[in-house]
Design a protein around this ligand. Structure first.
Ligand code: FAD
Length: 428
Protein backbone atom coordinates (compact mmCIF):
# COMPACT_ATOMS: atom_id res chain seq x y z
CA UNK A 1 0.00 0.00 0.00
CA UNK A 2 1.38 3.44 -0.88
CA UNK A 3 1.53 6.07 1.86
CA UNK A 4 -1.44 8.45 1.95
CA UNK A 5 -0.29 11.97 1.08
CA UNK A 6 -1.76 15.40 1.63
CA UNK A 7 -0.79 18.95 0.77
CA UNK A 8 -1.83 21.60 3.27
CA UNK A 9 -1.87 25.13 1.89
CA UNK A 10 -1.50 27.74 4.64
CA UNK A 11 0.51 27.45 7.85
CA UNK A 12 -1.75 29.53 10.07
CA UNK A 13 -3.29 27.77 13.06
CA UNK A 14 -5.82 25.90 10.90
CA UNK A 15 -3.12 24.59 8.56
CA UNK A 16 -0.78 23.70 11.43
CA UNK A 17 -3.54 21.85 13.24
CA UNK A 18 -4.50 19.98 10.05
CA UNK A 19 -0.88 19.06 9.33
CA UNK A 20 -0.33 17.80 12.88
CA UNK A 21 -3.52 15.75 12.80
CA UNK A 22 -2.53 14.16 9.50
CA UNK A 23 1.03 13.41 10.56
CA UNK A 24 -0.23 11.78 13.76
CA UNK A 25 -2.31 9.43 11.62
CA UNK A 26 0.68 8.51 9.48
CA UNK A 27 -0.18 10.69 6.48
CA UNK A 28 2.77 12.14 4.56
CA UNK A 29 2.30 15.92 4.60
CA UNK A 30 3.53 18.77 2.46
CA UNK A 31 2.88 22.13 4.16
CA UNK A 32 3.16 25.35 2.17
CA UNK A 33 2.68 29.02 3.04
CA UNK A 34 2.84 32.19 0.96
CA UNK A 35 4.47 34.15 3.77
CA UNK A 36 8.09 33.79 4.86
CA UNK A 37 6.81 32.63 8.24
CA UNK A 38 4.03 30.63 9.89
CA UNK A 39 1.19 31.80 12.13
CA UNK A 40 -0.87 33.91 9.73
CA UNK A 41 -3.03 36.27 11.75
CA UNK A 42 -1.68 34.90 15.03
CA UNK A 43 1.98 35.80 15.01
CA UNK A 44 4.85 37.57 16.76
CA UNK A 45 7.64 39.67 15.33
CA UNK A 46 10.60 41.78 16.42
CA UNK A 47 9.44 45.38 16.54
CA UNK A 48 12.35 47.77 16.10
CA UNK A 49 10.74 50.91 17.63
CA UNK A 50 9.90 48.91 20.78
CA UNK A 51 13.11 46.86 20.76
CA UNK A 52 11.02 43.78 21.65
CA UNK A 53 9.38 40.76 20.15
CA UNK A 54 5.66 41.48 20.28
CA UNK A 55 2.47 39.82 19.07
CA UNK A 56 0.51 41.36 16.22
CA UNK A 57 -2.24 41.61 18.80
CA UNK A 58 -3.33 40.26 22.16
CA UNK A 59 -4.98 36.89 21.69
CA UNK A 60 -7.16 35.46 24.45
CA UNK A 61 -8.29 31.88 24.72
CA UNK A 62 -10.47 30.24 27.36
CA UNK A 63 -9.44 27.46 29.70
CA UNK A 64 -12.39 25.45 28.31
CA UNK A 65 -11.16 25.65 24.69
CA UNK A 66 -10.76 21.96 24.00
CA UNK A 67 -8.97 22.16 20.66
CA UNK A 68 -6.49 24.64 22.12
CA UNK A 69 -5.79 22.23 24.97
CA UNK A 70 -5.35 19.30 22.59
CA UNK A 71 -3.07 21.29 20.27
CA UNK A 72 -0.87 22.61 23.08
CA UNK A 73 -0.69 19.17 24.69
CA UNK A 74 0.54 17.70 21.41
CA UNK A 75 3.18 20.35 20.74
CA UNK A 76 4.16 20.51 24.42
CA UNK A 77 3.28 24.13 25.19
CA UNK A 78 0.41 23.85 27.68
CA UNK A 79 2.53 25.51 30.38
CA UNK A 80 2.81 28.62 28.19
CA UNK A 81 -0.89 29.44 28.47
CA UNK A 82 -1.22 31.70 31.50
CA UNK A 83 -4.30 32.94 33.27
CA UNK A 84 -5.83 33.47 36.69
CA UNK A 85 -6.67 30.52 38.97
CA UNK A 86 -10.33 31.49 38.85
CA UNK A 87 -12.48 33.21 36.24
CA UNK A 88 -12.21 36.82 37.31
CA UNK A 89 -12.49 39.80 34.99
CA UNK A 90 -11.28 43.23 36.14
CA UNK A 91 -13.33 46.13 34.78
CA UNK A 92 -12.79 49.89 34.94
CA UNK A 93 -15.34 52.36 33.62
CA UNK A 94 -13.43 55.53 32.85
CA UNK A 95 -16.65 57.59 32.69
CA UNK A 96 -17.33 57.39 36.43
CA UNK A 97 -14.11 55.69 37.52
CA UNK A 98 -16.09 52.68 38.76
CA UNK A 99 -14.01 49.52 39.13
CA UNK A 100 -15.29 46.02 39.71
CA UNK A 101 -14.38 42.41 39.26
CA UNK A 102 -16.76 40.01 37.58
CA UNK A 103 -16.10 36.79 39.43
CA UNK A 104 -17.59 33.64 37.94
CA UNK A 105 -17.67 30.71 40.35
CA UNK A 106 -15.89 27.54 39.24
CA UNK A 107 -18.88 25.19 38.97
CA UNK A 108 -21.66 25.18 36.37
CA UNK A 109 -24.34 26.47 38.77
CA UNK A 110 -24.17 30.25 38.11
CA UNK A 111 -24.06 31.29 41.78
CA UNK A 112 -22.07 34.41 40.82
CA UNK A 113 -25.21 35.90 39.27
CA UNK A 114 -26.90 35.80 42.68
CA UNK A 115 -24.17 37.79 44.39
CA UNK A 116 -24.08 41.55 43.65
CA UNK A 117 -20.40 41.64 44.70
CA UNK A 118 -19.53 39.22 41.89
CA UNK A 119 -21.55 41.06 39.24
CA UNK A 120 -21.16 44.35 37.41
CA UNK A 121 -22.59 47.30 39.36
CA UNK A 122 -26.13 48.19 38.37
CA UNK A 123 -26.91 44.73 37.02
CA UNK A 124 -29.57 42.46 38.47
CA UNK A 125 -30.17 38.75 38.57
CA UNK A 126 -33.11 39.29 36.20
CA UNK A 127 -30.81 41.16 33.82
CA UNK A 128 -28.54 38.14 33.64
CA UNK A 129 -31.42 36.13 32.21
CA UNK A 130 -30.54 37.89 28.95
CA UNK A 131 -27.29 35.91 28.93
CA UNK A 132 -29.26 32.72 29.53
CA UNK A 133 -31.59 33.61 26.63
CA UNK A 134 -28.61 34.07 24.35
CA UNK A 135 -27.01 30.84 25.52
CA UNK A 136 -30.12 28.97 24.41
CA UNK A 137 -29.91 30.14 20.79
CA UNK A 138 -28.73 27.23 18.65
CA UNK A 139 -29.76 28.31 15.17
CA UNK A 140 -31.52 30.85 13.01
CA UNK A 141 -30.48 34.24 11.71
CA UNK A 142 -31.32 36.41 14.69
CA UNK A 143 -28.94 39.07 15.92
CA UNK A 144 -28.00 39.64 19.53
CA UNK A 145 -30.00 42.88 19.29
CA UNK A 146 -33.08 40.79 18.40
CA UNK A 147 -32.64 38.72 21.55
CA UNK A 148 -31.66 41.04 24.40
CA UNK A 149 -32.18 44.67 25.42
CA UNK A 150 -29.34 46.81 24.07
CA UNK A 151 -29.52 49.45 26.80
CA UNK A 152 -28.85 49.55 30.49
CA UNK A 153 -26.12 48.24 32.75
CA UNK A 154 -26.40 44.61 31.68
CA UNK A 155 -25.80 45.58 28.08
CA UNK A 156 -23.18 48.26 28.63
CA UNK A 157 -21.19 46.53 31.33
CA UNK A 158 -21.50 42.85 30.44
CA UNK A 159 -22.96 41.81 27.10
CA UNK A 160 -21.63 44.57 24.85
CA UNK A 161 -17.94 44.36 25.90
CA UNK A 162 -18.03 40.55 26.03
CA UNK A 163 -19.63 40.10 22.62
CA UNK A 164 -17.54 42.79 20.95
CA UNK A 165 -14.43 40.87 21.99
CA UNK A 166 -15.87 37.49 21.01
CA UNK A 167 -17.55 38.41 17.71
CA UNK A 168 -15.42 41.38 16.59
CA UNK A 169 -18.36 43.25 15.07
CA UNK A 170 -20.93 45.67 16.48
CA UNK A 171 -22.45 43.39 19.14
CA UNK A 172 -26.09 44.30 18.48
CA UNK A 173 -25.59 43.12 14.86
CA UNK A 174 -23.71 39.97 15.91
CA UNK A 175 -25.05 36.49 15.34
CA UNK A 176 -27.08 35.26 18.33
CA UNK A 177 -26.32 31.69 17.20
CA UNK A 178 -22.55 32.22 17.46
CA UNK A 179 -22.93 34.10 20.74
CA UNK A 180 -25.01 31.20 22.08
CA UNK A 181 -22.45 28.63 21.08
CA UNK A 182 -19.68 30.67 22.69
CA UNK A 183 -21.64 30.99 25.93
CA UNK A 184 -22.49 27.28 26.06
CA UNK A 185 -18.81 26.39 25.67
CA UNK A 186 -17.63 28.90 28.30
CA UNK A 187 -19.80 30.63 30.91
CA UNK A 188 -22.51 27.97 30.93
CA UNK A 189 -19.89 25.41 31.92
CA UNK A 190 -18.81 27.58 34.84
CA UNK A 191 -15.67 29.45 35.79
CA UNK A 192 -13.40 26.46 35.23
CA UNK A 193 -14.13 26.73 31.49
CA UNK A 194 -13.88 30.50 31.15
CA UNK A 195 -10.61 31.52 32.71
CA UNK A 196 -9.00 33.87 30.19
CA UNK A 197 -5.62 32.58 29.09
CA UNK A 198 -2.82 34.43 27.32
CA UNK A 199 0.07 32.77 25.45
CA UNK A 200 3.31 33.88 27.09
CA UNK A 201 5.89 35.13 26.44
CA UNK A 202 4.58 35.45 22.87
CA UNK A 203 2.15 33.80 20.46
CA UNK A 204 5.02 32.41 18.42
CA UNK A 205 6.74 30.93 21.46
CA UNK A 206 3.59 29.20 22.67
CA UNK A 207 1.55 28.37 19.58
CA UNK A 208 3.69 28.52 16.45
CA UNK A 209 7.35 27.64 17.09
CA UNK A 210 6.57 24.46 19.09
CA UNK A 211 4.22 23.35 16.30
CA UNK A 212 6.93 23.90 13.68
CA UNK A 213 9.43 22.03 15.88
CA UNK A 214 6.96 19.15 16.33
CA UNK A 215 6.38 18.96 12.58
CA UNK A 216 10.13 19.12 11.87
CA UNK A 217 10.68 16.23 14.30
CA UNK A 218 8.13 14.31 12.26
CA UNK A 219 9.77 15.10 8.95
CA UNK A 220 7.67 18.08 7.81
CA UNK A 221 9.45 21.30 6.92
CA UNK A 222 7.19 24.16 5.86
CA UNK A 223 7.80 25.48 2.37
CA UNK A 224 7.66 29.22 3.01
CA UNK A 225 7.30 32.07 0.48
CA UNK A 226 5.38 29.74 -1.79
CA UNK A 227 2.05 31.22 -2.83
CA UNK A 228 -0.62 29.02 -4.38
CA UNK A 229 -1.74 30.98 -7.44
CA UNK A 230 -4.04 28.61 -9.20
CA UNK A 231 -5.62 25.20 -8.95
CA UNK A 232 -6.40 22.94 -11.89
CA UNK A 233 -9.48 20.74 -11.74
CA UNK A 234 -10.28 17.54 -13.55
CA UNK A 235 -13.77 16.15 -13.10
CA UNK A 236 -14.42 15.83 -9.39
CA UNK A 237 -10.78 16.23 -8.32
CA UNK A 238 -8.13 18.90 -7.93
CA UNK A 239 -5.57 17.82 -10.50
CA UNK A 240 -2.85 20.47 -10.25
CA UNK A 241 -1.45 23.16 -7.98
CA UNK A 242 0.41 26.14 -9.40
CA UNK A 243 2.78 27.99 -7.08
CA UNK A 244 3.99 30.29 -9.83
CA UNK A 245 6.26 27.81 -11.56
CA UNK A 246 3.63 26.08 -13.63
CA UNK A 247 1.09 23.41 -12.73
CA UNK A 248 2.32 20.60 -10.47
CA UNK A 249 0.19 17.48 -10.79
CA UNK A 250 -1.72 16.32 -7.73
CA UNK A 251 -1.51 12.59 -7.85
CA UNK A 252 -3.78 10.67 -5.57
CA UNK A 253 -3.34 13.07 -2.72
CA UNK A 254 -5.70 15.25 -0.75
CA UNK A 255 -5.42 19.04 -0.58
CA UNK A 256 -6.44 21.11 2.42
CA UNK A 257 -6.87 24.77 1.63
CA UNK A 258 -6.24 26.62 4.92
CA UNK A 259 -5.94 30.14 3.55
CA UNK A 260 -8.02 33.24 4.35
CA UNK A 261 -11.53 33.37 2.85
CA UNK A 262 -10.77 35.96 0.19
CA UNK A 263 -7.91 33.77 -1.08
CA UNK A 264 -9.99 30.58 -1.04
CA UNK A 265 -12.82 32.42 -2.79
CA UNK A 266 -10.49 33.45 -5.61
CA UNK A 267 -8.95 29.97 -5.98
CA UNK A 268 -12.03 27.76 -5.81
CA UNK A 269 -14.70 28.30 -8.48
CA UNK A 270 -18.18 28.97 -7.14
CA UNK A 271 -17.18 28.96 -3.47
CA UNK A 272 -19.24 31.22 -1.23
CA UNK A 273 -17.18 32.74 1.58
CA UNK A 274 -17.63 35.53 4.12
CA UNK A 275 -16.95 38.85 2.43
CA UNK A 276 -17.27 41.40 5.19
CA UNK A 277 -14.50 41.81 7.72
CA UNK A 278 -13.84 43.82 10.85
CA UNK A 279 -10.61 45.37 12.01
CA UNK A 280 -8.75 44.92 15.28
CA UNK A 281 -6.26 47.55 16.38
CA UNK A 282 -3.59 46.90 18.99
CA UNK A 283 -1.36 49.50 20.63
CA UNK A 284 1.83 48.36 22.33
CA UNK A 285 3.85 50.40 24.83
CA UNK A 286 7.41 49.44 25.77
CA UNK A 287 7.11 49.95 29.49
CA UNK A 288 6.70 47.39 32.28
CA UNK A 289 3.31 47.59 34.00
CA UNK A 290 3.14 48.84 37.57
CA UNK A 291 3.49 46.13 40.24
CA UNK A 292 0.20 44.47 41.14
CA UNK A 293 -1.63 45.54 37.97
CA UNK A 294 -4.14 42.89 36.82
CA UNK A 295 -2.93 40.91 33.85
CA UNK A 296 -6.05 41.96 31.92
CA UNK A 297 -8.34 44.94 32.54
CA UNK A 298 -11.47 45.65 30.51
CA UNK A 299 -11.99 49.37 29.96
CA UNK A 300 -15.40 50.94 29.38
CA UNK A 301 -16.14 54.48 28.31
CA UNK A 302 -12.83 54.56 26.45
CA UNK A 303 -11.44 53.83 23.01
CA UNK A 304 -9.26 51.14 24.62
CA UNK A 305 -11.09 47.90 25.41
CA UNK A 306 -8.64 45.41 26.90
CA UNK A 307 -5.39 46.42 28.61
CA UNK A 308 -2.98 43.51 28.88
CA UNK A 309 0.05 43.71 31.17
CA UNK A 310 2.99 41.69 29.88
CA UNK A 311 6.27 41.47 31.79
CA UNK A 312 7.95 44.16 29.70
CA UNK A 313 5.15 45.97 27.90
CA UNK A 314 1.53 47.02 28.04
CA UNK A 315 -0.65 46.09 25.05
CA UNK A 316 -4.15 47.36 24.35
CA UNK A 317 -6.75 45.71 22.12
CA UNK A 318 -9.58 47.45 20.31
CA UNK A 319 -12.00 45.16 18.46
CA UNK A 320 -14.60 46.25 15.91
CA UNK A 321 -12.11 48.98 15.06
CA UNK A 322 -13.02 49.80 11.45
CA UNK A 323 -13.33 53.50 12.31
CA UNK A 324 -9.72 53.57 13.56
CA UNK A 325 -8.05 52.03 10.54
CA UNK A 326 -7.54 55.35 8.77
CA UNK A 327 -6.71 57.36 11.88
CA UNK A 328 -3.27 58.81 12.48
CA UNK A 329 -1.20 56.23 14.37
CA UNK A 330 0.56 58.65 16.69
CA UNK A 331 -2.68 60.40 17.64
CA UNK A 332 -4.15 56.98 18.41
CA UNK A 333 -1.14 55.95 20.47
CA UNK A 334 -1.38 59.17 22.49
CA UNK A 335 -5.08 58.79 23.14
CA UNK A 336 -4.76 55.13 24.12
CA UNK A 337 -1.76 55.85 26.34
CA UNK A 338 -3.81 58.54 28.13
CA UNK A 339 -6.45 55.90 28.91
CA UNK A 340 -3.83 53.37 30.02
CA UNK A 341 -2.28 55.85 32.45
CA UNK A 342 -5.69 56.44 34.00
CA UNK A 343 -6.52 52.74 34.19
CA UNK A 344 -3.21 51.71 35.71
CA UNK A 345 -2.73 54.79 37.88
CA UNK A 346 0.41 55.95 36.06
CA UNK A 347 -0.32 59.66 36.53
CA UNK A 348 1.30 61.85 33.89
CA UNK A 349 3.76 59.21 32.69
CA UNK A 350 5.15 60.33 29.31
CA UNK A 351 4.34 58.36 26.18
CA UNK A 352 6.86 55.51 26.01
CA UNK A 353 8.10 53.90 22.80
CA UNK A 354 4.93 52.67 21.07
CA UNK A 355 3.63 50.70 18.14
CA UNK A 356 0.14 50.56 16.65
CA UNK A 357 -0.74 47.43 14.65
CA UNK A 358 -3.86 47.70 12.52
CA UNK A 359 -5.26 44.41 11.21
CA UNK A 360 -7.88 45.54 8.73
CA UNK A 361 -9.34 42.11 7.96
CA UNK A 362 -8.75 40.62 11.40
CA UNK A 363 -11.84 38.37 11.26
CA UNK A 364 -15.01 38.04 9.25
CA UNK A 365 -17.86 40.12 10.66
CA UNK A 366 -19.74 37.60 12.82
CA UNK A 367 -23.22 38.71 11.72
CA UNK A 368 -25.96 36.21 10.77
CA UNK A 369 -25.56 37.05 7.07
CA UNK A 370 -21.82 36.44 7.09
CA UNK A 371 -22.22 33.31 9.21
CA UNK A 372 -24.56 31.98 6.52
CA UNK A 373 -21.79 32.39 3.93
CA UNK A 374 -19.37 30.04 5.72
CA UNK A 375 -18.77 26.84 3.78
CA UNK A 376 -18.29 23.44 5.38
CA UNK A 377 -15.10 21.41 5.22
CA UNK A 378 -16.00 19.51 2.06
CA UNK A 379 -16.11 20.98 -1.42
CA UNK A 380 -17.47 19.80 -4.77
CA UNK A 381 -14.06 18.24 -5.37
CA UNK A 382 -13.44 14.91 -3.70
CA UNK A 383 -9.82 15.58 -2.74
CA UNK A 384 -10.21 19.25 -1.75
CA UNK A 385 -11.06 20.23 1.81
CA UNK A 386 -11.26 23.61 3.49
CA UNK A 387 -10.00 24.78 6.86
CA UNK A 388 -9.83 28.14 8.57
CA UNK A 389 -11.63 30.12 11.26
CA UNK A 390 -14.06 31.30 8.55
CA UNK A 391 -15.28 27.83 7.61
CA UNK A 392 -18.43 26.65 9.37
CA UNK A 393 -17.12 25.73 12.80
CA UNK A 394 -20.26 27.03 14.58
CA UNK A 395 -17.88 29.31 16.48
CA UNK A 396 -16.87 32.91 15.86
CA UNK A 397 -13.48 33.48 14.16
CA UNK A 398 -11.22 32.31 16.94
CA UNK A 399 -8.11 30.28 17.61
CA UNK A 400 -10.35 27.50 18.90
CA UNK A 401 -12.36 27.55 15.68
CA UNK A 402 -9.25 27.62 13.46
CA UNK A 403 -7.72 24.65 15.29
CA UNK A 404 -10.97 22.68 15.17
CA UNK A 405 -11.36 23.33 11.46
CA UNK A 406 -7.90 21.86 10.87
CA UNK A 407 -8.74 18.82 12.98
CA UNK A 408 -11.98 18.32 11.06
CA UNK A 409 -10.33 18.53 7.64
CA UNK A 410 -7.56 16.14 8.70
CA UNK A 411 -10.14 13.80 10.22
CA UNK A 412 -12.04 13.61 6.93
CA UNK A 413 -8.92 12.61 5.02
CA UNK A 414 -7.98 10.05 7.63
CA UNK A 415 -11.48 8.55 7.68
CA UNK A 416 -11.74 8.45 3.91
CA UNK A 417 -8.31 6.87 3.47
CA UNK A 418 -9.15 4.29 6.14
CA UNK A 419 -12.36 3.41 4.27
CA UNK A 420 -10.50 3.16 0.97
CA UNK A 421 -7.77 1.00 2.45
CA UNK A 422 -10.47 -1.22 3.94
CA UNK A 423 -12.07 -1.44 0.49
CA UNK A 424 -8.77 -2.42 -1.11
CA UNK A 425 -8.26 0.97 -2.80
CA UNK A 426 -5.44 3.30 -1.96
CA UNK A 427 -6.11 6.82 -3.14
CA UNK A 428 -8.03 9.33 -1.05
C1 FAD B 1 -5.30 41.35 15.94
C2 FAD B 1 -6.03 40.06 16.11
C3 FAD B 1 -6.48 39.70 17.37
C4 FAD B 1 -7.14 38.47 17.53
N1 FAD B 1 -7.54 38.12 18.78
C5 FAD B 1 -8.04 36.87 18.99
C6 FAD B 1 -8.32 36.44 20.31
O1 FAD B 1 -8.16 37.16 21.28
N2 FAD B 1 -8.78 35.16 20.47
C7 FAD B 1 -8.97 34.32 19.41
O2 FAD B 1 -9.35 33.16 19.63
N3 FAD B 1 -8.73 34.73 18.13
C8 FAD B 1 -8.27 35.98 17.91
N4 FAD B 1 -8.00 36.40 16.63
C9 FAD B 1 -8.35 35.51 15.51
C10 FAD B 1 -7.26 34.47 15.26
O3 FAD B 1 -6.01 35.09 15.05
C11 FAD B 1 -7.64 33.70 14.01
O4 FAD B 1 -8.91 33.09 14.24
C12 FAD B 1 -6.68 32.60 13.61
O5 FAD B 1 -5.34 32.99 13.70
C13 FAD B 1 -7.01 32.19 12.17
O6 FAD B 1 -6.15 31.15 11.74
P1 FAD B 1 -6.33 30.54 10.29
O7 FAD B 1 -5.29 29.51 10.13
O8 FAD B 1 -7.75 30.18 10.09
O9 FAD B 1 -6.06 31.74 9.27
P2 FAD B 1 -4.74 32.60 8.98
O10 FAD B 1 -4.05 32.90 10.25
O11 FAD B 1 -5.21 33.77 8.17
O12 FAD B 1 -3.81 31.65 8.10
C14 FAD B 1 -3.87 31.58 6.71
C15 FAD B 1 -2.47 31.29 6.17
O13 FAD B 1 -2.57 31.14 4.75
C16 FAD B 1 -1.46 31.74 4.15
N5 FAD B 1 -1.81 32.05 2.75
C17 FAD B 1 -2.61 33.03 2.28
N6 FAD B 1 -2.71 32.95 0.95
C18 FAD B 1 -1.96 31.89 0.55
C19 FAD B 1 -1.69 31.30 -0.70
N7 FAD B 1 -2.23 31.77 -1.85
N8 FAD B 1 -0.83 30.24 -0.75
C20 FAD B 1 -0.26 29.74 0.39
N9 FAD B 1 -0.52 30.27 1.61
C21 FAD B 1 -1.36 31.33 1.70
C22 FAD B 1 -1.18 32.96 5.02
O14 FAD B 1 0.14 33.43 4.85
C23 FAD B 1 -1.48 32.43 6.41
O15 FAD B 1 -0.33 31.92 7.03
C24 FAD B 1 -7.39 37.64 16.42
C25 FAD B 1 -6.95 38.02 15.15
C26 FAD B 1 -6.29 39.21 14.98
C27 FAD B 1 -5.81 39.60 13.61
Amino acid sequence: MSVVKATVIGAGLAGLSAAIGLVRAGVKVRLVDAAPRAGGRCRSYYDAPLGQVIDNGNHFVFSGNQAVQRYCATIGSQAMLHGPDHATFAFHDLRDDARWTLAVNDGPLPLWMLDPKRRAPGTTLAGHLALARLALVTGGKRTIGDMVPTRGAMWERVIEPMMLAVLNCPPEQGSARLAGRFLRESFVRGGKACRTMVALPTLDAALIDPALAWLARHGVKVEFSSRLREMGFDGDRVAALDFGKGPEPVEGEAVILAVPPWVAGALVPGLTVPDRFCAIVNAHFAVPPPPGAPMITALLGAKSQWVVCHADRISVTISGADDLVDQDREALARQIWGEVTRALGLGAAPLPAWQVVKEKRATFAATPDQDARRPGTRTHWRNLLLAGDWTQTDLPATIEGALRSGETAAGQIIRRSALRVAAGQEKV
